[in-house]
Design a protein around this ligand. Structure first.
Ligand code: CAA
Ligand code: NAD
Length: 283
Protein backbone atom coordinates (compact mmCIF):
# COMPACT_ATOMS: atom_id res chain seq x y z
CA UNK A 1 0.00 0.00 0.00
CA UNK A 2 1.54 3.30 -1.10
CA UNK A 3 -0.15 6.01 0.97
CA UNK A 4 -0.38 9.28 -1.00
CA UNK A 5 -2.77 11.42 1.04
CA UNK A 6 -3.05 11.85 4.80
CA UNK A 7 -5.11 14.00 7.12
CA UNK A 8 -3.36 15.19 10.30
CA UNK A 9 -5.75 16.17 13.11
CA UNK A 10 -4.39 18.85 15.47
CA UNK A 11 -2.07 21.54 14.08
CA UNK A 12 -0.09 22.01 17.33
CA UNK A 13 3.59 21.29 17.73
CA UNK A 14 3.27 17.58 16.91
CA UNK A 15 0.61 17.83 14.19
CA UNK A 16 2.48 20.55 12.31
CA UNK A 17 5.72 18.53 12.49
CA UNK A 18 3.92 15.38 11.29
CA UNK A 19 2.38 17.35 8.40
CA UNK A 20 5.81 18.78 7.51
CA UNK A 21 7.62 15.42 7.30
CA UNK A 22 4.87 13.92 5.14
CA UNK A 23 4.85 16.88 2.74
CA UNK A 24 8.67 16.70 2.56
CA UNK A 25 8.38 13.02 1.60
CA UNK A 26 5.99 13.88 -1.27
CA UNK A 27 2.75 12.92 0.51
CA UNK A 28 -0.27 15.25 0.20
CA UNK A 29 -1.52 16.50 3.59
CA UNK A 30 -4.74 17.96 4.94
CA UNK A 31 -3.88 19.73 8.21
CA UNK A 32 -6.99 19.93 10.38
CA UNK A 33 -7.76 21.78 13.62
CA UNK A 34 -10.85 23.19 15.35
CA UNK A 35 -10.12 26.83 14.42
CA UNK A 36 -8.64 28.33 11.29
CA UNK A 37 -6.20 30.43 13.35
CA UNK A 38 -4.72 27.20 14.80
CA UNK A 39 -4.36 25.73 11.31
CA UNK A 40 -2.66 28.92 10.09
CA UNK A 41 -0.33 28.92 13.13
CA UNK A 42 0.69 25.35 12.27
CA UNK A 43 1.32 26.21 8.62
CA UNK A 44 3.34 29.31 9.61
CA UNK A 45 5.50 27.19 11.90
CA UNK A 46 6.15 24.72 9.04
CA UNK A 47 6.96 27.60 6.69
CA UNK A 48 9.45 29.03 9.23
CA UNK A 49 11.22 25.68 9.62
CA UNK A 50 11.43 25.26 5.86
CA UNK A 51 12.77 28.83 5.50
CA UNK A 52 15.64 27.89 7.85
CA UNK A 53 16.41 24.87 5.63
CA UNK A 54 16.54 27.22 2.61
CA UNK A 55 18.90 29.59 4.48
CA UNK A 56 21.17 26.64 5.26
CA UNK A 57 21.20 25.64 1.57
CA UNK A 58 19.46 22.29 2.23
CA UNK A 59 16.33 23.17 0.24
CA UNK A 60 15.75 25.47 -2.72
CA UNK A 61 13.06 28.13 -2.59
CA UNK A 62 11.18 26.18 -5.28
CA UNK A 63 11.27 23.00 -3.15
CA UNK A 64 9.97 24.95 -0.14
CA UNK A 65 7.06 26.23 -2.25
CA UNK A 66 6.30 22.72 -3.55
CA UNK A 67 6.29 21.30 0.01
CA UNK A 68 3.93 24.02 1.26
CA UNK A 69 1.64 23.48 -1.75
CA UNK A 70 1.20 19.86 -0.66
CA UNK A 71 -0.40 21.04 2.60
CA UNK A 72 -4.00 22.25 2.68
CA UNK A 73 -5.73 23.51 5.80
CA UNK A 74 -9.07 22.25 7.12
CA UNK A 75 -11.55 22.96 9.89
CA UNK A 76 -14.13 20.46 8.59
CA UNK A 77 -13.50 16.88 9.72
CA UNK A 78 -15.57 15.64 6.75
CA UNK A 79 -12.46 16.34 4.60
CA UNK A 80 -11.03 13.15 6.15
CA UNK A 81 -13.01 11.20 3.54
CA UNK A 82 -10.34 12.20 0.97
CA UNK A 83 -7.43 10.68 2.93
CA UNK A 84 -6.10 7.11 2.87
CA UNK A 85 -4.68 7.58 6.36
CA UNK A 86 -5.70 9.88 9.21
CA UNK A 87 -3.13 10.63 11.94
CA UNK A 88 -4.72 12.13 15.04
CA UNK A 89 -2.47 14.48 17.09
CA UNK A 90 -5.02 16.37 19.21
CA UNK A 91 -4.85 16.61 23.02
CA UNK A 92 -3.84 13.64 25.21
CA UNK A 93 -7.32 12.91 26.50
CA UNK A 94 -9.19 9.63 26.00
CA UNK A 95 -12.64 11.27 25.70
CA UNK A 96 -11.43 13.70 23.01
CA UNK A 97 -9.61 10.97 21.08
CA UNK A 98 -12.48 8.46 21.33
CA UNK A 99 -14.96 11.05 20.09
CA UNK A 100 -12.71 11.99 17.13
CA UNK A 101 -12.27 8.30 16.21
CA UNK A 102 -16.01 7.60 16.45
CA UNK A 103 -16.65 10.51 14.10
CA UNK A 104 -13.88 9.46 11.70
CA UNK A 105 -15.39 5.98 11.58
CA UNK A 106 -18.62 7.50 10.25
CA UNK A 107 -16.95 9.90 7.81
CA UNK A 108 -14.22 7.88 6.12
CA UNK A 109 -14.41 4.95 3.69
CA UNK A 110 -14.03 1.61 5.46
CA UNK A 111 -10.49 1.07 4.04
CA UNK A 112 -9.09 4.27 5.61
CA UNK A 113 -6.44 3.62 8.27
CA UNK A 114 -6.93 5.58 11.49
CA UNK A 115 -3.70 6.22 13.42
CA UNK A 116 -3.10 8.09 16.66
CA UNK A 117 0.02 9.91 17.81
CA UNK A 118 -1.02 9.36 21.44
CA UNK A 119 1.89 9.46 23.91
CA UNK A 120 0.42 6.98 26.34
CA UNK A 121 -3.26 6.11 25.90
CA UNK A 122 -4.39 2.54 25.07
CA UNK A 123 -4.68 1.98 21.31
CA UNK A 124 -7.17 -0.84 21.95
CA UNK A 125 -9.50 1.53 23.84
CA UNK A 126 -9.30 4.21 21.13
CA UNK A 127 -9.95 1.49 18.50
CA UNK A 128 -13.05 0.38 20.44
CA UNK A 129 -14.68 3.73 19.61
CA UNK A 130 -14.82 2.56 15.96
CA UNK A 131 -16.31 -0.34 14.03
CA UNK A 132 -12.92 -1.03 12.41
CA UNK A 133 -10.46 -1.85 15.22
CA UNK A 134 -8.35 -3.78 12.69
CA UNK A 135 -7.61 -0.47 10.92
CA UNK A 136 -6.58 1.45 14.06
CA UNK A 137 -2.93 1.77 15.08
CA UNK A 138 -0.54 3.90 17.17
CA UNK A 139 2.00 5.93 15.19
CA UNK A 140 3.97 7.76 17.88
CA UNK A 141 6.33 10.45 16.59
CA UNK A 142 8.86 12.20 18.83
CA UNK A 143 9.22 15.95 19.32
CA UNK A 144 10.60 17.81 17.34
CA UNK A 145 9.22 15.59 14.58
CA UNK A 146 11.44 16.83 11.72
CA UNK A 147 14.58 16.05 13.77
CA UNK A 148 13.85 12.89 15.79
CA UNK A 149 14.37 9.56 14.02
CA UNK A 150 12.05 7.33 16.05
CA UNK A 151 8.47 6.34 15.32
CA UNK A 152 7.04 3.95 17.92
CA UNK A 153 4.42 1.77 16.24
CA UNK A 154 1.80 0.22 18.51
CA UNK A 155 -0.76 -2.38 17.47
CA UNK A 156 -4.09 -2.53 19.25
CA UNK A 157 -5.48 -5.96 20.10
CA UNK A 158 -7.17 -6.26 16.69
CA UNK A 159 -4.78 -4.30 14.39
CA UNK A 160 -4.36 -6.15 11.06
CA UNK A 161 -0.88 -7.15 9.84
CA UNK A 162 -1.34 -5.25 6.57
CA UNK A 163 -2.12 -2.06 8.53
CA UNK A 164 1.06 -2.50 10.58
CA UNK A 165 3.05 -3.08 7.38
CA UNK A 166 1.58 0.02 5.66
CA UNK A 167 2.52 2.23 8.64
CA UNK A 168 5.99 0.71 8.92
CA UNK A 169 6.55 1.30 5.19
CA UNK A 170 5.35 4.89 5.50
CA UNK A 171 7.64 5.59 8.48
CA UNK A 172 10.59 4.36 6.41
CA UNK A 173 9.52 6.61 3.52
CA UNK A 174 9.58 9.54 5.98
CA UNK A 175 13.21 8.58 6.70
CA UNK A 176 12.31 7.52 10.25
CA UNK A 177 13.20 4.36 12.15
CA UNK A 178 10.08 2.42 13.18
CA UNK A 179 10.17 0.35 16.37
CA UNK A 180 7.28 -1.94 17.28
CA UNK A 181 6.15 -2.02 20.91
CA UNK A 182 3.15 -3.51 22.70
CA UNK A 183 0.03 -1.68 23.84
CA UNK A 184 0.72 -0.86 27.51
CA UNK A 185 0.35 2.58 29.17
CA UNK A 186 3.09 4.92 27.97
CA UNK A 187 4.38 2.21 25.58
CA UNK A 188 8.19 2.14 25.98
CA UNK A 189 9.16 5.79 25.41
CA UNK A 190 6.99 7.50 28.00
CA UNK A 191 6.97 4.65 30.50
CA UNK A 192 10.67 5.31 30.91
CA UNK A 193 10.99 9.03 30.11
CA UNK A 194 8.03 10.47 32.00
CA UNK A 195 8.77 8.99 35.48
CA UNK A 196 12.25 10.55 35.13
CA UNK A 197 10.70 13.95 34.35
CA UNK A 198 8.18 13.52 37.21
CA UNK A 199 11.07 12.68 39.58
CA UNK A 200 12.92 15.82 38.44
CA UNK A 201 9.76 17.81 39.32
CA UNK A 202 9.63 16.14 42.77
CA UNK A 203 13.28 17.17 43.15
CA UNK A 204 12.22 20.83 42.70
CA UNK A 205 9.12 20.33 44.90
CA UNK A 206 11.18 18.91 47.77
CA UNK A 207 13.73 21.73 47.51
CA UNK A 208 16.64 19.47 46.61
CA UNK A 209 17.86 21.91 43.97
CA UNK A 210 16.78 24.72 41.63
CA UNK A 211 15.53 23.79 38.12
CA UNK A 212 18.73 25.14 36.52
CA UNK A 213 20.88 22.95 38.77
CA UNK A 214 18.79 19.83 38.11
CA UNK A 215 19.00 20.36 34.36
CA UNK A 216 22.74 21.01 34.55
CA UNK A 217 23.29 17.75 36.47
CA UNK A 218 21.43 15.71 33.86
CA UNK A 219 23.01 17.49 30.88
CA UNK A 220 26.61 17.45 32.05
CA UNK A 221 26.42 14.32 34.17
CA UNK A 222 24.35 12.07 31.90
CA UNK A 223 24.92 13.72 28.52
CA UNK A 224 21.20 14.36 27.96
CA UNK A 225 20.73 16.95 25.18
CA UNK A 226 18.20 18.83 27.34
CA UNK A 227 17.72 18.70 31.12
CA UNK A 228 14.45 17.03 32.22
CA UNK A 229 12.74 20.30 33.22
CA UNK A 230 13.64 22.04 29.95
CA UNK A 231 12.36 18.93 28.19
CA UNK A 232 9.14 18.97 30.24
CA UNK A 233 8.57 22.61 29.24
CA UNK A 234 9.32 21.67 25.61
CA UNK A 235 6.87 18.72 25.60
CA UNK A 236 4.16 20.74 27.39
CA UNK A 237 3.37 20.36 31.12
CA UNK A 238 -0.27 19.53 30.34
CA UNK A 239 0.87 16.63 28.14
CA UNK A 240 3.34 15.49 30.86
CA UNK A 241 0.53 15.49 33.44
CA UNK A 242 -1.88 13.58 31.15
CA UNK A 243 0.81 10.95 30.53
CA UNK A 244 1.58 10.55 34.26
CA UNK A 245 -2.15 10.20 34.97
CA UNK A 246 -2.42 7.47 32.32
CA UNK A 247 0.55 5.60 33.84
CA UNK A 248 -0.84 6.03 37.37
CA UNK A 249 -4.32 4.84 36.43
CA UNK A 250 -3.14 2.15 34.01
CA UNK A 251 -0.68 0.46 36.39
CA UNK A 252 -2.36 1.44 39.68
CA UNK A 253 1.08 1.89 41.24
CA UNK A 254 1.94 4.85 43.46
CA UNK A 255 5.36 5.15 41.84
CA UNK A 256 3.60 6.88 38.92
CA UNK A 257 1.85 9.50 41.12
CA UNK A 258 2.06 12.88 39.35
CA UNK A 259 4.01 15.43 41.40
CA UNK A 260 1.62 17.98 43.03
CA UNK A 261 3.82 20.78 41.67
CA UNK A 262 3.14 19.56 38.13
CA UNK A 263 -0.61 19.68 38.82
CA UNK A 264 -0.27 23.17 40.30
CA UNK A 265 1.60 24.52 37.28
CA UNK A 266 -0.94 23.06 34.84
CA UNK A 267 -3.83 24.51 36.88
CA UNK A 268 -2.09 27.91 36.77
CA UNK A 269 -1.87 27.68 32.96
CA UNK A 270 1.92 27.32 33.13
CA UNK A 271 2.15 24.79 30.32
CA UNK A 272 5.81 25.34 29.43
CA UNK A 273 7.23 26.81 26.25
CA UNK A 274 3.90 26.90 24.40
CA UNK A 275 2.27 29.17 27.05
CA UNK A 276 5.39 31.27 27.76
CA UNK A 277 5.94 29.93 31.28
CA UNK A 278 6.71 26.61 32.93
CA UNK A 279 9.83 25.81 34.93
CA UNK A 280 11.40 28.62 32.90
CA UNK A 281 10.09 31.83 31.29
CA UNK A 282 9.98 32.21 27.51
CA UNK A 283 9.51 35.50 25.68
N1 CAA B 1 11.35 21.94 15.25
C1 CAA B 1 12.06 21.59 14.17
N2 CAA B 1 13.41 21.56 14.15
C2 CAA B 1 14.05 21.90 15.28
C3 CAA B 1 13.38 22.28 16.45
C4 CAA B 1 11.96 22.30 16.41
N3 CAA B 1 11.23 22.62 17.48
N4 CAA B 1 14.30 22.57 17.40
C5 CAA B 1 15.50 22.36 16.85
N5 CAA B 1 15.35 21.94 15.57
C6 CAA B 1 16.42 21.59 14.64
C7 CAA B 1 17.30 22.76 14.32
O1 CAA B 1 16.79 23.49 13.22
C8 CAA B 1 18.61 22.07 13.96
O2 CAA B 1 18.50 21.56 12.64
P1 CAA B 1 19.77 21.50 11.66
O3 CAA B 1 20.76 20.62 12.34
O4 CAA B 1 19.16 20.91 10.45
O5 CAA B 1 20.22 22.89 11.53
C9 CAA B 1 18.64 20.85 14.88
O6 CAA B 1 17.28 20.65 15.30
C10 CAA B 1 19.52 21.07 16.09
O7 CAA B 1 19.03 22.24 16.73
P2 CAA B 1 19.92 23.24 17.56
O8 CAA B 1 21.33 23.17 17.04
O9 CAA B 1 19.26 24.56 17.59
O10 CAA B 1 19.79 22.73 19.03
P3 CAA B 1 20.25 21.39 19.69
O11 CAA B 1 21.49 20.84 19.09
O12 CAA B 1 20.20 21.70 21.14
O13 CAA B 1 19.07 20.36 19.36
C11 CAA B 1 17.09 19.31 19.95
C12 CAA B 1 17.75 20.63 19.65
C13 CAA B 1 17.16 18.37 18.74
C14 CAA B 1 15.63 19.60 20.27
C15 CAA B 1 17.84 18.64 21.18
O14 CAA B 1 17.91 19.57 22.24
C16 CAA B 1 17.21 17.38 21.66
O15 CAA B 1 17.40 16.31 21.10
N6 CAA B 1 16.41 17.48 22.77
C17 CAA B 1 15.72 16.34 23.34
C18 CAA B 1 14.49 16.06 22.50
C19 CAA B 1 13.71 14.89 23.03
O16 CAA B 1 14.05 14.22 23.98
N7 CAA B 1 12.58 14.62 22.36
C20 CAA B 1 11.67 13.60 22.78
C21 CAA B 1 10.62 14.25 23.66
S1 CAA B 1 9.49 13.05 24.29
C22 CAA B 1 8.44 12.76 23.03
O17 CAA B 1 8.47 13.36 22.00
C23 CAA B 1 7.41 11.72 23.28
C24 CAA B 1 6.19 12.13 23.97
O18 CAA B 1 5.17 11.48 23.75
C25 CAA B 1 6.14 13.22 24.97
P1 NAD C 1 -0.54 20.95 21.29
O1 NAD C 1 -1.24 21.48 22.49
O2 NAD C 1 0.67 21.66 20.78
O3 NAD C 1 -1.56 20.83 20.06
C1 NAD C 1 -2.79 20.17 20.12
C2 NAD C 1 -3.66 20.72 19.00
O4 NAD C 1 -4.83 19.89 18.90
C3 NAD C 1 -4.13 22.15 19.25
O5 NAD C 1 -3.85 22.96 18.12
C4 NAD C 1 -5.65 22.01 19.47
O6 NAD C 1 -6.41 23.10 18.99
C5 NAD C 1 -5.93 20.75 18.65
N1 NAD C 1 -7.16 20.07 19.04
C6 NAD C 1 -7.67 19.89 20.29
N2 NAD C 1 -8.85 19.21 20.22
C7 NAD C 1 -9.08 18.98 18.90
C8 NAD C 1 -10.13 18.35 18.18
N3 NAD C 1 -11.18 17.82 18.81
N4 NAD C 1 -10.05 18.29 16.83
C9 NAD C 1 -8.99 18.83 16.18
N5 NAD C 1 -7.96 19.44 16.80
C10 NAD C 1 -8.00 19.51 18.15
O7 NAD C 1 -0.19 19.43 21.64
P2 NAD C 1 0.97 18.52 21.03
O8 NAD C 1 2.17 18.64 21.88
O9 NAD C 1 1.05 18.72 19.56
O10 NAD C 1 0.37 17.06 21.33
C11 NAD C 1 -0.61 16.48 20.50
C12 NAD C 1 -0.66 14.97 20.73
O11 NAD C 1 0.63 14.40 20.45
C13 NAD C 1 -1.01 14.55 22.17
O12 NAD C 1 -1.75 13.35 22.13
C14 NAD C 1 0.37 14.31 22.78
O13 NAD C 1 0.35 13.43 23.86
C15 NAD C 1 1.09 13.69 21.59
N6 NAD C 1 2.55 13.83 21.63
C16 NAD C 1 3.11 14.96 22.15
C17 NAD C 1 4.49 15.06 22.17
C18 NAD C 1 5.15 16.28 22.72
O14 NAD C 1 6.37 16.26 22.96
N7 NAD C 1 4.45 17.38 22.93
C19 NAD C 1 5.29 14.03 21.65
C20 NAD C 1 4.66 12.90 21.10
C21 NAD C 1 3.29 12.80 21.11
Amino acid sequence: MNIQKVMVIGAGQMGSGIAQVHAMAGVDVILHDIKDEYVQRGITSISNHLARQVEKGRLTKAEKTEILERIEGSTDLANASEAELVIEAAVENIEVKSSIFAELDQITPKETILATNTSSLPITEIAAATNRPEKVIGMHFMNPVPVMKLVEIIRGLATADEVYEAIEELALRLNKTPVEVNDFPGFVSNRILMPMINEAIFTVYEGVAEPEAIDEVMKLGMNHPMGPLTLADFIGLDTCLYIMETLHEGFGDDKYRPCPLLRKYVKAGWLGKKSGRGFYKYS
